[in-house]
Every structure is written in structure tokens, then in C-alpha cells.
Design a protein around this ligand. Structure first.
Ligand SMILES: Nc1ncnc2c1ncn2[C@@H]1O[C@H](COP(=O)(O)OP(=O)(O)O)[C@@H](O)[C@H]1O
Ligand SMILES: O=C(CO)[C@@H](O)[C@H](O)COP(=O)(O)O
Length: 501
């Protein structure tokens, strides 16, 4: 039986998930990399890190799976969104990729809003936020003109891996939508936006569907991994769009929660909707469909920060082992996960995190629970906006991302969202979506619905809301919601104070 490989280029690691054409999991492999923070607010990765990780994953797969080279038929991707990759005429990176969680571009966002006014929302269906790609381009133009002068092509992270494998430069609609350069209705790069900011249209890669083939694996790479077939490479999707496919978000019945480095709440959208910028609105990996989403900038990232700072050397399981002993509400301790600023519902790059209500009786287990609750409350903010604008409540939510591995987090999500939480049998939503794109692209199925039936399976055991916890969380969430306003001015002053040096 043929194999398909889904590559999820995450923010903290690259995960490869190998499945057969019938939708059975063969194995997974992953390789971590670092985020460089040369200055506060900066977040960068060298595209070379991703290639090293991809090679480690391919090597691992070819060692573990004896017929990997013989049976691999197709590869596709899911990738961290918005991060800017800039290449010269030889397709060599000329600057580190500026990542989606980098907040250096507030000035450029103001400039975009100022110059485009309402046209930005009309054309892209989104507003200017630090994480998106266009402000990063403007930052390079203004601050590194010598680098910008050498840029002959820009792309998104996963497209760089596709280029490395095939030699061809493409992107697809789901990632293009997160650049602020795509005209969503016309499905083409916006000439108006590109001209306004002196961006030559020739540096933007050709657009294809997520399921579009970008090429075949180059001969020298095929030889290295002893690939005997001509392995087809498909464009893939932005990680949240690929995850949406991977969890079966191909209709409006269910919603998606992801606790990866970022936290995301998303919903399927059959046609273009106007959320007036309150939620992001992007193309799906399903051709012609869309999805809306709200983003907590630091979900897993807050937990990582907490672990590195206060639980160094502990595993996640060790760190969180006593969380269940603390009652919902962490006995009056609150945490806001704004450690790198926030997106939804507070578009604020200068807000910072806080613990509120620390008292002498709090122990580490209270802080651990408060961190998890703060992350989940922030996701609830997005979920509530989505439900109130759509006028309907999600009864079931599919939960993915690293956080979904922990049963206490899952129960907390059920109680805070007051919804049944479901997990996938294959734990990696975005990578699974990438495998599905490859399976469809290879022609193993006629429709994405058929691929979904074969590949997407939910675990039988679900997490259901406990009424007493729901009631308690409802009260504490109302208090937690006030923490943003209560700390905003202080945070802004502190950020300014710190920047002055
Ligand atoms: N066992 C675990 N329990 C709870 N959280 C976890 C666990 N393992 C990973 N995580 C969280 O999940 C995050 C990684 O999720 P992942 O979906 O792999 O992220 P990304 O795609 O951004 O690289 C980590 O930042 C961490 O906070
Ligand atoms: O910026 C966004 C979405 O707008 C992030 O969701 C990135 O796409 C990174 O995702 P993870 O690495 O957390 O999966």
C-alpha cells in the first residue's frame, strides 16, 4: 500500500506523520528547533533550522519503516502562518524568518491602517496586526533596505520546505490569506495593496490550491532517502487551515480548539463573512471554503515559559501532576497569558501577562492550575465572540495541539467552554490534514469528504462538562475578564519604561 507523509512545520518543532493510503497511522517522528529572540519582542527562526529538522524526520522514517522509500507516494504540509521568508535570486534566505509571534511591527501596522483605511478590510477581510506578513515586509523595507534590495521572492515557512524538496516556488490560498496581500474575493494577489507599499508583484509566489501539486521530489533528495517512486509534493495549508481539515471541520457542526504554541478557536465558513476584523478570516484548505478564528498568542507558549521559569527540568506531566488537587478557580489566583501581547479579543502588542490574587497560602500547584485556567479563559474569549456573532453555540469541540495530551486540560476545556470535548485518534490535527491533502492529491480519493471519512476518527472517550465546575468557572471567568482592563495601562507603561532602557 502507498504511503503519504504530512509535515507539520510548527513553531517549536517539525512533526512528520506517515499514513497509508487507507488512512492508517504508520508512525510519527519529530525534531525540535529553537526560536531566536535577539531583542525583546523579536521572534525569528532561520529557514535552515526547518530543513535540518525535515532531514532528521526523513532519516528517522527511512530507518524505522523498512518500505518507506519504496512506498512513499506523496508529501504535503501544514505550517506556522504569517512568518516572512525572504529569498534572493538563488532562492537563498537573506534574513531570518520573522515569525508570527514577533511584535516589532506596531508602527508598520499603523501605517497600513492609515494608508489603506477601510480598503484593507474590504480586500483582505482582516485588519493589520503585528503577526501578519505585510507589516514584516514594511519593517524590512524601512529598517533593512540593503536586505530588502536583495529580496527576489517571499514565501511562507512551509513553502520553503516545498521549494527545498522540489526546486519550485509556490504558495497556496490558505497561507496567502494570512499575508494581508491577498484579495480574498478575487482570489489573487492584491495589486492595490502591493502598489501602495511598493511591493513588486513578481516577488509574490504563484498561487495554487492547497491540493495543487508543486512538483516532484528532486532526484538528489530521492536518492538520499532511497525513494523509488516519483514522489509528488502538494502545496498543503496554513497550520490552522490544515488542522481544520484534519479534525473534519468541513461543515458548521463542530468547532476547533488548538493549544499549540499559540491557542486557536476556529469555525468552518461556507462563504465569505464579515467579522469586521474581530476575528481573523482566511481561506480554508478545502477549495472555495473559509474559516474564521480567534487567536491567543501565547497558549502553550505561556505554559512553556512557566515550565522553563518555575519548573526547570520537569516534564509537562510532572509539572501538572498536582493540578487536579486544586479546585476550579485556583483558590483565588488568576493568570493572564499575555506574555507576548495579545490578539483576540484585545489587539494589543503592549499588554503583558500577570498573576493576580497571589496569597500566602498559594503553592506551586495553584500557580500551575492558574496558568492553565488563564490560557483556557483566553480561548473562551474567542469562542464567545464566535458564538455570539454566528448566533449559535458549539455543543462539541475538537481539541488538538500539545495541550490536548493532558486529561486535566481537556476536562478544564469542557468545564470552561461548557461543551463536550473530543480528541482525534491520531493526535496531530495539522499533520493529519497535510496527509489528507497528499492522499487526495495522489488521487487515492475523489473528494475531500471521502478522505475525511477514511482518515478522521475521534476517540470514543470524550470530556463532558461537570455542572458544578461549569457554574464555578462562570463566576471566576467574569472576574478574570476584568484583568485585561485592570492591567492594560500598567503594562503599557512598563513596556515603554523597559524600551527606554
Ligand atoms: N504533555 C503535555 N501536556 C500539556 N501540554 C503540553 C504537553 N506537551 C506539549 N504541551 C504544550 O503544547 C505545546 C506544543 O504544541 P504543538 O501543537 O506541538 O505546537 P506547535 O505546533 O506550535 O509547535 C507546547 O508549547 C506545550 O505548552
Ligand atoms: O499566527 C497564528 C495564526 O494566526 C498561529 O496560530 C501560527 O499559525 C502558529 O501556530 P502554532 O505553531 O501554535 O500551531
Amino acid at each position: 500500500m502507498s504511503y503519504v507523509l504530512g509535515i507539520d512545520l510548527g513553531t517549536s518543532s517539525l512533526k512528520g506523520i506517515l499514513m497509508n493510503e487507507a488512512g492508517d497511522l504508520i508512525t510519527t517522528k519529530s525534531a525540535e528547533y529553537k526560536i531566536d529572540t535577539p531583542k525583546q519582542g523579536y521572534s525569528e527562526q532561520r529557514p535552515e533550522y526547518w530543513v535540518v529538522a525535515l532531514e532528521a524526520v526523513l532519516t528517522g522514517l527511512s530507518v524505522e519503516v523498512s518500505d518507506f522509500g519504496q512506498n512513499l507516494a506523496g508529501i504535503s504540509f501544514s505550517g506556522q502562518m504569517h512568518s516572512l521568508v525572504v529569498l534572493d535570486e538563488n532562492n537563498t534566505p537573506v534574513y531570518p524568518a520573522i515569525l508570527w509571534n514577533d511584535v516589532r511591527t506596531s508602527k508598520q501596522c499603523a501605517e497600513i491602517t492609515d494608508k489603506l483605511g477601510s480598503r484593507l478590510l474590504e480586500i483582505t477581510k482582516n485588519i493589520a496586526l503585528e503577526g501578519f506578513t505585510l507589516p514584516k515586509i514594511l519593517w524590512l523595507q524601512e529598517n533593512k533596505p540593503d536586505v530588502w534590495a536583495r529580496v527576489k521572492k517571499i514565501m511562507l515557512p512551509k513553502d520553503y520546505l516545498s521549494l527545498w524538496l522540489t526546486g519550485n516556488t509556490y504558495t497556496e490560498y490558505s497561507d496567502a490569506a494570512g499575508t494581508l496581500l491577498l484579495d480574498i474575493e478575487k482570489r489573487e494577489w492584491s495589486k492595490e495593496i502591493a502598489e501602495t507599499f511598493n511591493i513588486d508583484l513578481s516577488i509574490l509566489p504563484e498561487l495554487t490550491e492547497s491540493t495543487g501539486q508543486t512538483g516532484l521530489i528532486k532526484a538528489e533528495i530521492a536518492e538520499r532517502y532511497k525513494l523509488s517512486k516519483a514522489v509528488k509534493v502538494f502545496a498543503g495549508g496554513a497550520d490552522n487551515a490544515a488542522a481544520a481539515l484534519g479534525v473534519g471541520l468541513i461543515n458548521e457542526e463542530v468547532g476547533l480548539i488548538s493549544m499549540g504554541t499559540s491557542g486557536v478557536v476556529s469555525a468552518y465558513e461556507p462563504k465569505i463573512a464579515d467579522y469586521k476584523g474581530k476575528l481573523h478570516f482566511f481561506d480554508h484548505t478545502v477549495p472555495g471554503a473559509y474559516y474564521s478564528m480567534g487567536v491567543t498568542l501565547a497558549a502553550g507558549n505561556s505554559l512553556n515559559w512557566y515550565k522553563e521559569t518555575f519548573g526547570k527540568g520537569l516534564s509537562f506531566n510532572e509539572l501538572l501532576s498536582e493540578v487536579y488537587t486544586v479546585a476550579p478557580g485556583s483558590e483565588g489566583l488568576l493568570f493572564t497569558p499575555y506574555i507576548v501581547g495579545e490578539r483576540t479579543p484585545h489587539f494589543d502588542s503592549k499588554i503583558r501577562g500577570s498573576f493576580v490574587g497571589i496569597s500566602a497560602h498559594h503553592e506551586q500547584r495553584h500557580f500551575s492550575r492558574a496558568v492553565l485556567e488563564g490560557i483556557t479563559f483566553s480561548l473562551r474569549d474567542s469562542k464567545d465572540i464566535m458564538e455570539s456573532t454566528k448566533g449559535k453555540k458549539f455543543k462539541q469541540l475538537i481539541s488538538v495541539g500539545g495541550g490536548a495530551q493532558n486529561p486535566d486540560i481537556m476536562q478544564m476545556q469542557a468545564d470552561i467552554f461548557n461543551a463536550e470535548m473530543i480528541r482525534l485518534t491520531v493526535e496531530q490535527g495539522p499533520g493529519l490534514g497535510a496527509c489528507m491533502i497528499a492522499a487526495y492529491g495522489c488521487g487515492f480519493y475523489d473528494t475531500l469528504e471521502e478522505v475525511t471519512k477514511a482518515f478522521v476518527h475521534y476517540k470514543e472517550a470524550t470530556f463532558t462538562p461537570k455542572p458544578a465546575n461549569v457554574a464555578r468557572y462562570e463566576k471566576v471567568y467574569q472576574i478574570w475578564k476584568k484583568a485585561y482592563q485592570a492591567t492594560a495601562e500598567l503594562s503599557h507603561e512598563l513596556v515603554d519604561f523597559n524600551e527606554e532602557g
